[in-house]
Ligand binder design. Structure first.
Ligand SMILES: [Zn+2]
Ligand SMILES: [Zn+2]
Length: 262
């Protein structure tokens, strides 16, 4: 099975292409499953407006669009409705409502340790060791809710760190995250968007070689996530192969699909 559960849409304001163009790209690239997991909207307090996720006013359109494509392409590819979401305790009920309204899965992508209104972006905050600890605590709390089907880019803390900055704080954080994922029996993601940027010579700290080398001992199941912000990334067969080769070379078991009912 060739499956990808990490796909964005242009509603998040930093992706490109129509929703259907992602589906066409996935079909052309031989995917059996395509999960849409755009950045979840939150009903932020105080009128705060995010610039990296859809506003609440786009939510119905996103859901309708994915459901329409699911029906239209049912004979060619299985499509799932999901979100990439942070776990912010104050908005827990919001995620529960989305789940109860038919969201098929959530990918945990902790881009902010606590809510976006008043915490810096994880990659920036994790330049300090305190930031790394806050990130790990937030991810572990998210995993332990049982709401999430996998952990996107678990090594996001390395976003603005080099490999030689994988210090003791990073070791502890990595162990915490991987132990929690192991106990919850959910896979951690090897992120192909990060890999594609690294291969293009663009500075991107994840996938982080010391992270993936260190956490091997937890024997987490690993899922490959394209993290497509463009349909082109779904069509990149060489990138898909390269990601698998790297994960297999490290000795991990690759999980090709998530347990989502139709
Ligand atoms: Zn993400
Ligand atoms: Zn993403």
């Amino acid at each position: 099975m060739k499956c990808n559960y990490h796909t964005h849409t242009l509603r998040c304001m930093h992706a490109e292409g129509s929703d259907e163009s992602y589906v066409r790209a996935a079909v052309a690239a031989g995917f059996d499953v395509l999960g849409f997991s755009d950045h979840v909207p939150f009903p932020f307090a105080g009128g705060y407006r995010s610039t990296i996720r859809m506003p609440m006013s786009d939510l119905d359109d996103y859901v309708d669009s994915v459901r329409t494509l699911k029906k239209k392409y049912a004979d060619r590819i299985r499509i799932h409705l999901g979100f990439e979401a942070e776990y912010f305790p104050r908005y827990r009920d919001h995620l529960l409502r989305l789940r109860d309204a038919g969201t098929e899965y959530f990918v945990l992508g902790q881009h902010y340790a606590d809510s976006e209104e008043d915490t810096p972006y994880t990659g920036l905050e994790c330049r300090t060791d305190d930031g790394v600890r806050r990130y790990a605590d937030a991810v572990v709390n998210g995993i332990q809710t049982g709401l999430f089907s996998c952990v996107a880019h678990p090594d996001l803390m390395m976003r603005h760190r080099t490999s030689d900055q994988f210090n003791l704080a990073c070791v502890y954080a990595s162990d915490m995250i991987c132990q929690a994922a192991k106990e919850a029996d959910i896979p951690i993601e090897f992120n192909l968007l990060g890999l594609s940027l690294q291969l293009a010579g663009i500075d991107r700290g994840y996938p982080s070689v010391p992270f993936w080398t260190h956490v091997r001992r937890w024997q987490n199941r690993v899922i490959i996530g394209v993290d497509a912000h463009s349909p082109l990334l779904l069509r990149d067969a060489a990138l898909w192969r390269e990601g698998h080769d790297r994960v297999e070379a490290l000795g991990y078991e690759i999980t090709d699909h998530l347990p989502i009912d139709d």
